[in-house]
Design a protein around this ligand. Structure first.
Ligand code: F6R
Length: 600
């Protein structure tokens, strides 16, 4: 995790570094720091908490006499959140920042007496180790090479060594890119941010050691030429407009991003599907993979494939898949889903299945991400940058991507007729206006429900079939932004254990779309109500009067299997948002979380 910035030769080093760190805050906001440097000196400022604290602390620092800066925003992995464990780690000759984890830091710490034994941060250990190597080897390049050979893990380092006035970038696993024009360089762990600075970009690759010396950039160990390519430019997503939070803005953006994603798919991306994609779908099995919200999208994808095709399909958590045995003799297509395209668990799982010669597709919202560079085929979602840590519009665009994919495969393999295909594409095309109406109509209700939640000790979500992953997603949204205890369950599982949790101080949100499981889902709600649990029912069926007890019924629009997950997601996003607002939590940057999880 963590965000890294480096700038060489710019007029306003400090303010630009801070501006970039603010954009990187989604990668962690436990602490932050910058080191300004030149051939003569290194000056480091660090603070705990958000970048605004660092900004205040560095207000009176003049940056004119410096030639460069490195900066970091931290999501703590090793070592508590405090000023000392904030990056950069620096002395009078060396300063460095790191994104990632050094797995063998304990061994390194034990081996060298020069490294203090009481320090807990893997990066601080790496810092002492590199200082030791710089002292040992007269040549700093040599020290860097030995350093890179010894450390193990997924990381990106940005390092300045004053002794020879050299700047180094090391990459293994974690993303880091460089943009350049004439003498000036910008280095960042999020390449999309660099489009605001120069229009050329270079993405470092695993194993790279890049050196910048007197404005010349070169590989330290490969005899290759570094070629910058044209950078993609992005609209400024860091403007909340009239919204109080990015999350609310992004909830409201769903109709428009779903519309543009669907239109790209039907007019461009999935045109001539068979020619473009047939080779990927001729195997024995499809496995959908993701983490967190993206995992919930994978689960919805499983129901779509199950419904519209005859494919054998299953879902895996990326963090588990990576360590499982995979049958080499079966032909499996793995579909990876990741908003950021950088999640380490997903990236590593992708690398793992590639190594086993299985086919892979990546569905991602980030057109400049590490996964795109690894994937055999990429299906972009066009949700535009999502800034709020809790995923909303990226999730519904992932659902849209999977719905289209399952329909295309079903049509190609003739498990659905042309008519069914067309009807369902029609439903997806109408989805943006349906969602726009739903957001508008449900907002007052969400505010009322949020006040009810404040009186409960825990909130559970239940659903069956395609509504089950949405129950999980509703629960994840609620817990991550409001910190309320919450779980999601398949409705039919309650009686096998979780129903023991129900009492008068709990609220259970029951998702009951009209489908083959409608009656059974109503019974599941009834069973909760019979145990004095309060229930909120979301259903498109109007007459729920036969359920007794303390219930609130929310009328949902009529749904079909293809649009059920979208329709039932929206109210849950709004309930979580308004409850968190009521609770006064930090909605866009909830505690302990980061948007892009680049550690395992
Ligand atoms: C929750 C959320 C996370 C991410 C997960 C995977 O709101 O956003 O659960 O879905 O960390 O991230 P990506 O999709 O970037 O791989």
């Amino acid at each position: 995790m963590c965000g890294i910035v480096g700038i060489l030769n710019s007029q306003s080093l400090k303010s630009e570094a801070i501006e970039i760190l603010k954009k990187l805050e989604y990668r962690g906001y436990d602490s932050a720091g910058i080191s300004l440097f030149s051939e003569q000196k290194i000056k480091t400022i660090k603070s705990v908490g958000k970048i605004s604290n660092l900004e205040k602390k560095s207000k009176n620092i003049k940056d004119k006499s410096f030639s460069g800066v490195i900066g970091h925003t931290r999501w703590a992995t090793h070592g508590v959140v405090n000023r000392n464990n904030a990056h950069p780690f620096a002395n009078e000759n060396l300063t460095l920042v790191c994104n990632g984890i050094i797995e063998n830091y304990g061994q390194i710490q034990n081996r060298y007496k020069e490294i203090p034994k009481n320090i807990k941060s893997d990066t601080e250990v790496s810092f002492y180790y590199l200082s030791y190597l710089i002292d040992k080897y007269k040549d700093s390049d040599e020290a860097i090479k030995v350093f890179q050979k010894t450390i193990r893990g997924n990381f990106a380092f940005v390092i300045f060594i004053k002794r020879n006035n050299c700047f180094y970038i090391l990459k293994n696993g974690s993303p880091i890119s460089i943009s350049n024009k004439n003498q000036s360089f910008y280095i960042c762990s999020d390449s999309s941010i660099l489009s605001n600075y120069h229009d050329t970009i270079f993405h470092c690759e695993d194993g790279d050691i890049i050196k910048i010396y007197e404005s010349k950039i070169s590989y330290l160990q490969k005899k290759l030429k570094i070629t910058f390519q044209k950078n993609i430019s992005y609209q400024n997503p860091y403007d909340k407009g009239d919204y109080q939070h990015f999350m609310l803005k992004e909830i409201h953006e769903q109709p428009s991003v779903l519309k543009s994603t669907q239109s790209k798919y039907t007019s461009e991306y999935f045109v001539d599907f068979e020619t473009k994609f047939r080779h990927l779908f001729d195997g024995d099995k499809i496995v959908l993979v993701g983490c967190g919200t993206a995992y919930h999208a994978s689960m919805v994808g499983e129901y779509y494939f199950n419904h519209f095709t005859n494919k054998e399909v299953s879902t895996e958590l990326a963090s588990e898949l990576r360590y499982k045995k995979i049958n080499k003799n079966k032909q499996i297509l793995f579909i990876f889903i990741s908003q950021s395209g950088e999640t380490m668990d997903t990236l590593m799982a992708l690398k793992y299945v590639k190594k086993m010669n299985h086919k892979s597709i990546v569905i991602t919202n980030s057109l400049e991400s590490s996964m795109i560079r690894e994937a055999e085929v990429t299906i972009p979602t066009y949700a535009q940058k999502e800034v709020g840590v809790a995923s909303t519009k990226a999730f519904t665009c992932q659902l849209l991507s999977l719905a289209n994919l399952a329909l295309e495969v079903g049509r190609m393999e003739k498990t659905i007729s042309n008519q069914i295909y067309k009807t369902n594409i029609g439903l997806l095309t109408k989805l943006p206006s349906k969602i726009e109406k739903l957001i508008k109509e449900f907002t007052p209700g969400a505010k009322i429900i949020s006040k009810k939640l404040a009186q409960a000790n825990a909130c559970y979500f239940i659903g069956r079939n395609i509504a089950y992953p949405i129950a999980l997603e509703g629960s994840l949204k609620l817990k991550e932004i409001s910190y309320m205890h919450s779980e999601g369950f398949p409705g039919g599982e309650m009686k096998h254990g979780p129903i023991a949790l129900i009492d008068k101080d709990t609220i259970t949100v029951c998702l009951i779309p009209k489908n083959d499981l409608f009656e059974k889902s109503v019974s599941n709600a009834q069973e909760i109500s019979a145990r004095n649990g309060k229930i909120i029912i979301l259903s498109s069926v109007r007459n729920m009067s036969k359920i007794n007890g303390e219930i609130k019924v929310i009328n949902m629009p009529k749904e079909n299997i293809i649009d059920t997950p979208f329709i039932y997601t929206i109210p849950l996003q709004l309930i979580s948002y308004y409850f968190a607002l009521y609770e006064g939590t930090d909605i866009d940057q909830p505690r302990n979380l980061a948007k892009s999880v680049t550690v395992e």
